[in-house]
Design a protein around this ligand. Sequence first.
Ligand code: NDP
Ligand code: GUA
Length: 476
Amino acid sequence: MTQWMREASLIAGQWVTADRWIDVDDPATGERIGRVPRCTGEQTAQAIAAAEQAMGPWAKRPAKERAGILRRYFDLILANQDALAALLTREQGKPLAEAKAEIAYAAGFIEWFAEEAKRIYGDVLPSHAADKRIVVLKQPIGVVAAITPWNFPAAMITRKIGPALAAGCGVVLKPASQTPFTALALGALAQEAGLPDGLLNVVTGSAAEIGDVLTSSQTVRKLSFTGSTDVGARLYAQSAPSIKKLSLELGGNAPFIVFDDADLEAAVVGAIASKFRNAGQTCVCANRIYAQAGIYDAFVEKLAAATAKLKVAPGTEAGSEIGPLIDDKAVAKVREHIDDALSGGARVVTGGQAHKLGGRFFEPTVLADVKPSMMISREETFGPVAPVFRFETEDEVIALANDTPFGLASYFYARDLGRVWRVAERIEAGIVGVNTGLISTELAPFGGVKLSGLGREGSRYGIDDYLEIKYVCMSV
Ligand SMILES: NC(=O)C1=CN([C@@H]2O[C@H](COP(=O)(O)OP(=O)(O)OC[C@H]3O[C@@H](n4cnc5c(N)ncnc54)[C@H](OP(=O)(O)O)[C@@H]3O)[C@@H](O)[C@H]2O)C=CC1
Ligand SMILES: O=C(O)CCCC(=O)O
């Protein structure tokens, strides 16, 4: 399909296979695209050893040299944007325009951290004694394990490997089994860019088997994971005996609040962008939309009208805005959430059914009269359903928005400046979008609070998790 599609894992600079394989399908058709090796625990251990060996000389290279190689990597990703996007859409299903945007976003993390490699500053601190000097060094943390999900097969990888490589670490990456080809293509491009053999390893296979080896290894000093809260919690526990540093970017349940004084047209545009990106399969997607009583009916009507216009089609078709869901389980979860809401008194304003294209396509849906007790309010739907709740006061909606164990993204539309400050400060979330439904950029710190995780990715803060601080006390 493209020169970058590999049916092999990348370990110690070699493309390797295994006795067992995992089939990968196209979510739009269910057809098999190809297969990737189900690597063994032993192969995972080889990848860890290769990363450790490669990172010694890599970390010693001047930051400017590391930055130069990463900059070449960025250029190569962008030069191959169309081919990578086509591969991504084939295995993940999202519309080609979104896939292209994701490749640019993914490349942006490599560019940003290539630049940050040169800014890993140490420090000299005021001393406690006349004959002592306090020097602070920042050093690479060690071998990094990265475990990534299927919903952003490129960007979730580069925002982990970008800072890791920039800091001087070696990496073992385990991509999601449903979308391994984009990851392997990123591995091939890293080789092409001149990354030393073994510095970036891409190991495909059984999550539990590879995860066990990565978490139990003493050599792996840092684990960065994006995915479900259940798996994140398991990896946290498994990493405890070896006291690894963890970054966990887990599930969300984002509130999207529209106050009476909001610009309604802008709020609809923001809600569509936030809710229906990647067919709703994003951890920062609006999951609960709260509209204040005075504008509730008008907002629901406008949102439904805009939702009904979204084009559902295979991601490869021109103009596609909503592709298929990733698998049958995802479709079943959407169905279950809608049925539960309807049985509790909610009503469908638009959509509500499997799409006539069949398979994993689902109609973009708006539900009204939704209640906080419903499943759709308590759990992340991860699908194209916008449930709209009614509220009366600012205090009430803050309480509703915060009544969740999750705290990743949140959004609200309002024009009163005092309210903007109050709400932004009171919402329990790592990210707050004010009068916007799109908050993702490599320039900002991305991450959550509560069960949504630990650590921040992107921005100048994103490299800290890949560094250790060493205090050197000098007697002069
Ligand atoms: N925060 C986010 O961005 C995401 C949140 N989710 C949420 O999670 C739900 C389930 O999605 P799902 O794909 O099952 O997410 P998972 O958390 O199961 O998968 C994410 C990654 O973790 C790996 N993994 C799974 N089990 C283990 C394990 N025991 N040890 C090590 N690695 C493991 C997966 O590998 P493999 O693919 O081989 O199973 C994949 O690479 C979604 O419906 C959504 O609500 C999902 C994806 C992203
Ligand atoms: O669902 C996720 O974890 C990916 C978030 C994508 C983004 O960075 O916006």
